[in-house]
Design a protein around this ligand. Structure first.
Ligand SMILES: NC(=O)c1ccc[n+]([C@@H]2O[C@H](COP(=O)([O-])OP(=O)(O)OC[C@H]3O[C@@H](n4cnc5c(N)ncnc54)[C@H](OP(=O)(O)O)[C@@H]3O)[C@@H](O)[C@H]2O)c1
Length: 273
C-alpha cells in the first residue's frame, strides 16, 4: 500500500470530465483518490480510465496509489445500480465491491467506506449487516482498510457499543461553525481513526472571508483556501479537494508546506464555533 495519504483528490460531480480531471490530479501529484460506486454523483469507471491512462503514461503505478471507494445504499442511488436491489444487503456489498474493482481495474482498494448509515438517527441493524459484509471483504483482501462516512458521534458510539470492529477512517462534511466537527474529530483522535474532511471550502465561506484568515494568508503569501487546507492538516485531518482547476490542484498540494503556527491553527479552529 502507498504511504498514508496527506491529501485526497475527490472525484464527485465530474461526469464525463472525470477521466481527464483525475488524470490531471495524478499528473499534478495527488496519490490518493476518493470515489464511490454511486453513478448519481460519481463516474467510477471514468476514474478507472484515468488510472489506466496514468499507468500507461508511466506517471504512477498501482503501488503508488491510495484508492478509496464506497458502498451506497439504494436510497442514495439512482436507477444505475451496482447491485441487485432485491438481494440481501450483504450480497449487495459483495456485488458493489466486485463492480468497483472492475471499474478501477484493480484486485483491491485501499479503503472501502460505508457512504452513509441507513438512518440519520443511529446505527441500525442494516448498518450492522453491511459493516459485517465489509469486514468480510477486508478479510478476503479486496480492501486494506474500512471507513464510514456522514456519521454523527451517536452513530460511532453505537457502532462501538455493538462490539463491531472500529473503522480506520471517518469521512465527514466539516463545518467550521461546529468547531470543524470537533466532537467527531476528538472521538477519532482518541481511537487513532483518521478523520477525512470534505467541503472544507464550500461549507465554510465565512472562514474564507474572515480577516484572521486573510491576515494569515497575506503573511504566508498564500490564498485563504490554502490556509484552510493547511489548517486541516495541522489539526490532524486528511483533507479532500475536488477542484477542477489545474492551478488549484497545484495550490492545494503546495499548501502542505506552508508554515502555519500552532497558535494560528488554534485561532482558526475556534473561529466560528
Ligand atoms: N462522503 C460523502 O458523502 C461526500 C460528499 C461530498 C463530497 N465528498 C468527497 O469530497 C470531494 C470534495 O468535495 P467538496 O464538497 O469538498 O467540494 P469540491 O468538489 O472540492 O469543491 C470545492 C469548490 O471550491 C472551489 N475552489 C476554489 N478555490 C479552490 C482551491 N484552491 N482548491 C480547491 N477548490 C477550490 C472549487 O472550484 P474549482 O473547481 O474552480 O477549483 C469548487 O467549486 C468530492 O469530490 C468527494 O470525493 C464526499
Amino acid at each position: 500500500m502507498a504511504a498514508a495519504p496527506e491529501f485526497m483528490y475527490g472525484t464527485a460531480w465530474k461526469e464525463e470530465r472525470t477521466p481527464a480531471l483525475t488524470e490531471l490530479a495524478l499528473r499534478s501529484g495527488f496519490r490518493a483518490i476518493d470515489t464511490a460506486n454511486q453513478r448519481r454523483h460519481y463516474f467510477e469507471a471514468g476514474v478507472g480510465q484515468a488510472l489506466a491512462a496514468a499507468y500507461q503514461a508511466g506517471i504512477v503505478t498501482r503501488a503508488d496509489l491510495f484508492l478509496q471507494t464506497k458502498f451506497t445504499y439504494r436510497p442514495g442511488q439512482d436507477h444505475r445500480l451496482p447491485y441487485d436491489p432485491e438481494a440481501e444487503l450483504s450480497a449487495q456489498v459483495a456485488q458493489s465491491m466486485a463492480s468497483s474493482l472492475e471499474h478501477l481495474g484493480t484486485d483491491h482498494v485501499d479503503s472501502y467506506v460505508l457512504h452513509g448509515p441507513a438512518s440519520g438517527h443511529g446505527w441500525t441493524e442494516y448498518d450492522a449487516e453491511v459493516w459485517e459484509a465489509m469486514v468480510r471483504e477486508r478479510g478476503a483482501g479486496r480492501t486494506r482498510q474500512l471507513g464510514v462516512s456522514n456519521v454523527s458521534l451517536r452513530h460511532l458510539f453505537q457502532l462501538e457499543a455493538s462490539g463491531a470492529e472500529l473503522p480506520a477512517f471517518v469521512q465527514n462534511r466539516c463545518f467550521a461553525r461546529l468547531g470543524w466537527d470537533r466532537d467527531v474529530r476528538a472521538y477519532c483522535a482518541e481511537r487513532k481513526i483518521v478523520y477525512q474532511g470534505f467541503s472544507l471550502l464550500t461549507a465554510n465561506p465565512e472562514v474564507l472571508h474572515h480577516p484572521l484568515v486573510a491576515r494569515i494568508a497575506a503573511r504566508l503569501e498564500a490564498t485563504p483556501a490554502q490556509v484552510v487546507f493547511r489548517f486541516a492538516r495541522a489539526v490532524g485531518m486528511l483533507p479532500l479537494t475536488g477542484t477542477s482547476s489545474a492551478e488549484h490542484m497545484k495550490q492545494d498540494l503546495a499548501s502542505l508546506t506552508l508554515s502555519l503556527s500552532a497558535e494560528e491553527a488554534r485561532a482558526i479552529e475556534s473561529l466560528s464555533g
